[in-house]
Design a protein around this ligand. Structure first.
Ligand code: UD1
Length: 422
């Protein structure tokens, strides 16, 4: 197993190019199931989760030609509609094939994803919405068996809670359904917007893109012909590099970013005293000598993203005074707290709120990555910890950060990927 050895204390400087967004690419890859013709995707991030979902498509019988950032996918050859446990258990987002498989083939079996480090993460809202569209759903042997032999029917769906994956699954299901689907309380994350645009550009009428209410006119079972999709920049990767600049008191320029998508992170960093220069698709963060504490609550877009909570906590650890961080989206997304405390942080947890008392110094130690974003928080803390930090179980990082150690090394960090000697 690989781990990262990081020697802290270096100031960073220079440029980093942000990769395509994993969370935009995943539903877009799933959406290619709605077509029986070749679809080209560009600006894919070179990360494990993308390879996992592409592998699932090939297991279903689709043909995939993938080279780092570009994939040509042809799902005209699909022969199976079963998404097996071996893949779904590796990556929860595989559940995104449920909506498109069901709407195109009238039946499918998808393994239940099971629990996850950051909370229960049920899929009840996905299933309830598909049932409203006429699907019969049965859970047996750890699999969701979904049937709609005469196709799905448009329906009015009201999500009890805003769900990104649930909204994406229903958008894809609705694209081939018979009639009109309205989704109320829909997610409006930029990744959901790009999925809507891809489907709209294939000729499906979608109203309300970028709002909490979407209306989709289904094709009545006719498959779609997609244009090439260029994946949007990863707003979480960008936010993570801004935090790297802030925590190491460095000047870093990020290229290929969408400022609007990272506005909530910019706002929080500005409230802490950071300054920026914005250009068309780049942003420079400048060094600050004295950062102020931060108070934040995770929310749906355009609020502060839960996927940036751990990285801001790492930053707050190094800021004099007390910061308060409240997690509202996931019930167990504080696994990084005990690991940060191992490095010398002073974080106190009560329910869904973490009180972070700034410390002057962190000291390198062995720490364990627990989930994707928690892992990047440990890397950020390691960049400023005195001595050497070994971040273990970095397969979490490899799922979602494209060449993290290469990009940080190029900025001047002392970071090396090593193999456990066992
Ligand atoms: C997506 C992102 C993830 C991000 C999250 C919230 C992808 C691949 N992943 O995850 O990085 O942290 O959005 O922005 O895009 N819920 C239910 N029932 C359901 C579905 C969700 O109770 O059927 C709950 C979840 O447990 C969670 C909340 O709703 O508490 C939001 O989850 P959701 O938006 O669905 O997250 P994901 O789509 O899984």
């Amino acid at each position: 197993m690989d781990y990262l050895e990081i020697v802290g204390g270096n100031t960073l400087s220079g440029d980093v190019t942000i990769s395509g967004a994993k969370n935009a690419a995943l539903p877009i890859i799933a959406a290619t199931i709605l077509s029986d013709q070749e679809v080209t995707l560009t600006n894919l991030p070179n990360v494990v989760d993308i390879r996992t979902l592409l592998k699932l498509l090939t297991m279903l019988g689709g043909s995939v030609a993938h080279d780092k950032t570009v994939a040509k996918i042809n799902n005209g050859t699909i022969t199976s509609t079963k998404a097996v446990y071996e893949i779904v258990s590796q990556m929860r987002a595989s559940i995104l094939v449920l909506g498109p498989l069901l709407s195109r083939f009238g039946e499918c079996e998808v393994s239940l994803p099971g629990g996850c480090a950051i909370g229960q993460r049920p899929i009840d809202l996905h299933l309830k919405a598909l049932e409203s569209m006429g699907a019969t759903i049965e859970i047996k042997g750890g699999y969701v068996h979904a049937m709609a032999p005469d196709g799905l029917k448009g329906a009015k769906i009201i999500f009890d809670k805003i769900t990104v994956g649930g909204t994406e699954n229903i958008i894809m299901a609705a694209a081939l359904a018979h009639g009109t689907t309205t989704i109320i309380n829909a997610a409006k994350e930029p990744e959901v917007v790009q999925l809507c645009e891809m489907i709209r550009d294939a000729g499906i009428q979608i109203e309300g893109i970028g709002t909490n209410e979407l209306t989709i006119e289904g094709s009545g079972g006719k498959t779609l012909k997609f244009q090439t999709v260029n994946i949007i920049p990863d707003r979480i990767e960008a936010g993570t590099y801004l935090c790297a600049g802030a925590i190491t008191n460095s000047s870093i320029t990020l290229h290929k970013v969408n400022h609007t998508h990272i506005q909530s992170s910019i706002d929080k960093l500005e409230s802490m005293g950071c300054t920026f220069e914005l250009h068309e698709d780049s942003i420079t963060i400048f060094p600050v000598t004295h950062l102020k504490p931060v108070n934040l609550i995770t929310m749906e877009y355009p609020g502060f993203p839960t996927d940036m909570q751990a990285q801001f906590m790492a930053l707050a650890v190094m800021v004099e005074g007390e910061s308060l961080i409240e997690e509202r989206l996931f019930e167990n997304r504080f696994m990084h707290v005990s690991e940060l405390n191992r490095l010398g942080a002073d974080i106190w947890l009560k329910g869904s709120t973490a009180a972070v008392k700034g410390v002057n110094e962190l000291y390198g130690a062995d720490v364990m990555a627990t989930d994707l974003r928690a892992s990047s928080a440990l890397v950020l803390a390691a960049l400023v910890a005195e001595g050497t930090t070994n971040v273990r179980r970095i397969y979490h990082l490899d799922r979602g950060y494209d060449n993290l150690e290469g990009k940080l090394s190029a900025l001047g960090a002392k970071i090396k990927r090593k193999k456990e000697s066992m």
